[in-house]
Design a protein around this ligand. Sequence first.
Ligand code: B12
Length: 287
Amino acid sequence: MPELLLNITAISRRTGIAPDTLRKWEQRYGVLRPERTAGGQRRYSETDVQRVEWLRDRIAEGWRIGEASRMLDESGSMALDDPTELCNALIKAIRDVDVNAISSALDQTFAVLPLSQALDCVISPVLCWAGDAWHKGELSVGQEHAVSARVRNHLAALMVQSTGNVRGMAVLACGPGEYHDIGLLMLAISLRKDGWQVENLGPDTPVDTAIELAHRVNATILCFSVALETSVERLRESLASFNAVTGIKIVVGGASVTPAIAREFGVTYVIGSLDETVAQLRLLKRT
Ligand code: B12
């Protein structure tokens, strides 16, 4: 059955956006792509309706029309605001090596979802999918790097935006030999948003350097992230050479750490969603 197309009055009624505004959005921002009848009348599709509804919701959240329209996929596909749909759109874009669509889906994810939901429900699962597909040889190094690099750029921008220093200083580092750094970056942003001052030392940080810096900046917590089992071993060796670290709580997390390992190292183990992790770290500061 052919798709039923709407005239401007009908799309205006469906979306609650005045016809003049719709025409302006179409002419200035190119966000609507109506067909024309033989007589030159505009006819809008269901995709146009969805795009207008999506823009309307972003404007209600405080975005400007220019910003919101830039977030829409240039290829003209649907505007998304559901975590599962955003995950699927990102995965498809990565598989298709469609770099514009990867950027657009990431923009939409960070624009429409609360930060913790964007990170826990879209970015983490997609990174795991991309990394696993790379490990299995289904994605090239280029495809994996294209998504990791873009995610990192978004996270770096958020890191700059979310400044705060009411809860104390947290020093973050990947353990020695550890290059899985995106989880740590997510933790850094979440802590900044919660009001911490954060010094993120990033991948492959020698433990002595991290402890020395944590003392110098008067940190209350020092977090090590470890995803590789070999990095757990290296962290074990390095921590064993310190008798005691006074005044700073050492916390470990990441995919390869367990409560038993943390107990053995004499450090604190924290796990959970990013919101739960931040809440536990906040409590830890008080103890
Ligand atoms: C993406 C990925 C990569 C990317 C890393 C991109 C990057 N710069 O981060 C690339 C492709 C480069 C990569 C490389 C490698 N990888 Co890899 N990788 C993954 C994958 C698929 C996902 C990791 C990830 O980003 N998860 C998403 C983040 C958000 O989760 P997260 O790191 O766990 O962090 C969350 C929490 O743990 C927490 N958190 C993190 N740190 C901390 C710290 C504290 C203190 C706290 C409180 C919380 C916390 O916060 C985050 C948000 O919730 C995993 C498998 C998987 N499905 O998990 C394998 C995996 C970790 N990789 C693995 C391996 C073996 C490698 C390589 C050695 C492969 C190779 N042959 O070269 C290299 C080694 C790189 C190195 N030296 O570190 C193995 C590790 C096996 C093991 N147990 O030792 C895994 C498990 C894959 C597998 N099944 O074999 N990898």
